[in-house]
Ligand binder design. Structure first.
Ligand SMILES: NC(=O)c1ccc[n+]([C@@H]2O[C@H](COP(=O)([O-])OP(=O)(O)OC[C@H]3O[C@@H](n4cnc5c(N)ncnc54)[C@H](OP(=O)(O)O)[C@@H]3O)[C@@H](O)[C@H]2O)c1
Length: 263
């Protein structure tokens, strides 16, 4: 296989939710694979540090404020990114949030925040970037972010699971809509990875052991476990793959025991 298939030199990648966790990691991996980067979130002070790191590996990086709950903010960030670099080749719709609680305690606000951030925010960000850059150029790689909740239901995660199930369906619809225009749309669905969103759960060693025992490869994910799938979906390697949800989860979604330990 030619190394060119996963070489992203000359590509521009736009990552939402790049201030920490998976999004920060995705931005660094794409930079190391050759992309110039647009890193975005609401926290511009932290983004400035990430920009320095990406420039440190020899790539250009633009840090932009973006709140995916605000349509004007989405349009402004998309416009500024494309004015600066002239294009976006790879979009990672990673910004997301969660409020874990029993279904009977979920409020109207919880529902709106989670669905609007994870699902509506991903859709309108993709729409803005595709309309302004990918559609006119006839090329693009859109990567949405899913989770094991794309395919399984879990107590305590009703709105989150609804948002991720929606992302899986959205990915298929957008793939059909934009496929004729040279744009692939795929969902990268991580299993269990320790980040700020869920760090408190990983403080409980007994819970981590129970979780590990339910994952076929017997451990939670570490960020680098996502690198191959990310570069695959961002590059020429995946040119005939679209509308798919790729679970990178140590096998938990396909394993014999689905239930997660309660927390
Ligand atoms: N960690 C896991 O195990 C796991 C597994 C499956 C899927 N996921 C999904 O992967 C994504 C990243 O997860 P994570 O664990 O890295 O979460 P995290 O550490 O909480 O980071 C979330 C990121 O999203 C950004 N964000 C949140 N609300 C936003 C908004 N309204 N506008 C713009 N940016 C916003 C945050 O940036 P600011 O606060 O700076 O704006 C931050 O950069 C999420 O969509 C999450 O649901 C995570």
């Amino acid at each position: 296989m030619s190394a060119e298939l996963s070489d992203l030199s000359g590509n521009v990648a736009f990552v939402s939710g790049a201030s920490r966790g998976l999004g920060e990691h995705f931005a660094e991996v794409l930079a190391k694979a050759g992309c110039d980067l647009v890193v975005t979130s609401r926290d511009t002070a932290t983004l400035a540090l990430i920009q320095d790191r990406i420039e440190g590996v020899g790539r250009q990086c633009l840090a932009l404020e973006l709140d995916v709950l605000d349509p004007d903010s989405i349009q402004k960030a998309a416009d500024r990114a494309i004015e600066h670099f002239g294009k976006v080749d790879v979009l990672v719709c990673n910004a997301g949030c969660n409020r874990r609680k029993p279904a009977l305690e979920v409020t109207w606000d919880d529902w709106n925040l989670i669905l609007d951030t994870n699902l509506r925010g991903s859709f309108f960000l993709a729409q803005a970037i595709v309309k302004r850059s990918m559609m006119p150029r006839g090329y693009g790689r859109v990567i949405t972010i899913g989770s094991v909740t794309c395919v399984h239901g879990y107590a305590g995660l009703a709105p989150y699971g609804a948002s991720r199930g929606g992302i899986k369906q959205l990915t298929m619809s957008l793939a059909d809509d934009w496929g004729p225009h040279g744009i692939t749309v795929n969902c990268l669905a991580p299993g269990w990875f320790k980040t700020a969103q869920n760090a408190v759960m990983y403080e409980d060693a007994e819970w981590v052991e129970m979780l590990s025992n339910r994952i076929p490869v017997r451990r939670p994910g570490s960020m680098k476990d996502l690198d191959g799938a990310l570069v695959f979906l961002a590059s020429e390697s995946s040119r005939y793959v679209t509308g798919q949800t790729l679970l990178v989860d140590g096998g938990i979604s396909g394993g014999p025991v689905r239930a997660l330990p309660k927390k």
